[in-house]
Design a protein around this ligand. Structure first.
Ligand code: NAD
Length: 368
């Protein structure tokens, strides 16, 4: 007996539709190799939605996203919509969805595939086998805290203010995401803060420690200061499995971790919310790259980040570890076979386009 899952697909703009099509192409294979069947609904978001409806995110799409078991998102934005006005820009498509779906946990993987080890600027022996995940709180902290703003002072100078605010509830819910995830990985969480100089960091550390002691004693927890973590990510990144951190530190550390891998077109991400009464955790999966207008429509985009986003979706939203692992293995194998899109091309490798790369992954899956 198959379990039907509602999947909302929002390809978006630029290379979004091209890479998303390659992920969708694998769903028949997934259905044939799991207990899942998919009810797929596709809709417009970002610039594509502006062209059709005048706004980047319609109420219909918001409602569909809330009803879906998971959302697969491409990318939004591009020069075509530069003049639409700040309050209508395509990027509000993704920002609005995160808000409406209550997505507070951003998960970014940084994985180094052996055949691409030379794409990194870091020495191969430091990053060989790297497979870490940054769990970043994404709706609180200094980007949203008040008071905020720029004030004119009586002496004619000005003052810029932002406030780092975290409640114990916000810290607890993101900590739980990291600990739950750890149980599906290597059971290891490193919580990162600045508890030496920030009260919000002190509370962060206290709450994370408390939750681990009470509800996740089986998960190994360590703590690290954010500045040290930046250094350790470059010095000895293999020590990490899951890094749990706040909005600000996560923003910086996840870009640092992404660059350890050296290839933007290879990295998937997820944003998760709180489990609803129906038992479903709202979740949106997307590659970390943008709409790459410079190569859009040319069959040059690397579809692997989006295909790996689908693998993440199958694993974290639908518990399909085996098919997810097979998809990741197939991506590795096409690279071992020497296939490369232009962004990861190297000497002696075979240059392929977006659709050939997607097709090659499907063929690998069929051959397994
Ligand atoms: P980008 O990630 O789109 O592109 C940066 C560079 O990486 C470009 O040279 C591009 O060609 C290359 N690149 C990106 N993805 C690739 C892939 N899969 N294969 C091969 N090469 C790839 O970032 P940008 O140029 O700063 O932004 C372009 C647009 O995307 C902007 O409108 C921006 O706002 C938007 N954006 C959207 C999202 C999102 O939808 N979540 C995220 C980031 C940027």
């Amino acid at each position: 007996m198959k379990t039907e899952k509602k999947l909302l697909v929002l390809p978006g703009d630029g290379i979004g539709p091209e890479v998303t099509a390659q992920a969708i192409n694998l769903l028949k294979w997934v259905e044939n190799h799991s207990n899942l069947s998919f009810k797929i609904d596709e809709d417009l978001v970002g610039g594509a939605s502006i062209d059709q409806h005048g706004i980047p995110l319609t109420d219909t799409v918001i409602e569909k996203a809330k009803q879906a078991d998971a959302v697969l998102f491409g990318a939004v934005g591009g020069p075509k919509w530069d003049k639409v006005g700040f309050d209508k820009r395509p990027e509000l498509g993704i920002i609005g969805l995160r808000k409406e779906m209550g997505l507070f946990a951003n998960l970014r993987a940084a994985t180094v595939f052996d055949p691409l080890i030379d794409a990194s600027t870091v020495k191969p022996d430091i990053i060989k086998g790297l497979d870490l995940m940054i769990v970043r709180e994404s709706t609180g902290g200094v980007y949203f805290g008040s008071p905020r703003g720029i004030e004119n002072l009586p002496d004619g100078t000005r003052k810029g203010i932002n406030t780092e605010v975290y409640t114990s509830v916000e810290i607890e819910r993101i900590a739980r995401v990291a600990f739950d995830l750890a149980r599906q990985r290597k059971n290891k969480v490193c919580s990162v803060d600045k508890s030496n100089v920030m009260e919000s960091g002190l509370l962060w550390k206290e709450v994370v420690t408390e939750i681990q002691k009470r509800d996740y004693p089986d998960v190994e927890l360590s703590h690290m200061l954010a500045d040290n973590c930046a250094m350790q990510l470059v010095r000895r990144p293999l020590q990490f499995d899951i890094i749990l951190t706040s909005n600000l530190f996560g923003d910086i550390l996840s870009d640092l971790a992404a660059m350890l891998t050296g290839s933007l077109g290879m990295l998937p991400s997820a944003t998760l919310g709180k489990r609803g009464d129906n038992g479903v955790i709202p979740a949106l999966y997307e590659p970390i790259h943008g709409s790459a207008p410079d190569i859009a429509g040319q069959n040059k985009a690397n579809p692997l980040a989006q295909i790996l986003s689908l693998a993440m979706l199958l694993r974290y939203s639908f518990g399909e570890d085996v098919v997810a692992a097979k998809i990741i293995d197939a991506c590795k194998q096409v690279l071992v076979n020497g296939l490369r899109t232009p962004d990861i091309m190297g000497p002696g490798k075979k240059l392929v386009g977006t659709s050939e790369m997607g097709q090659a992954v499907l063929e690998e899956l069929n051959n397994q």
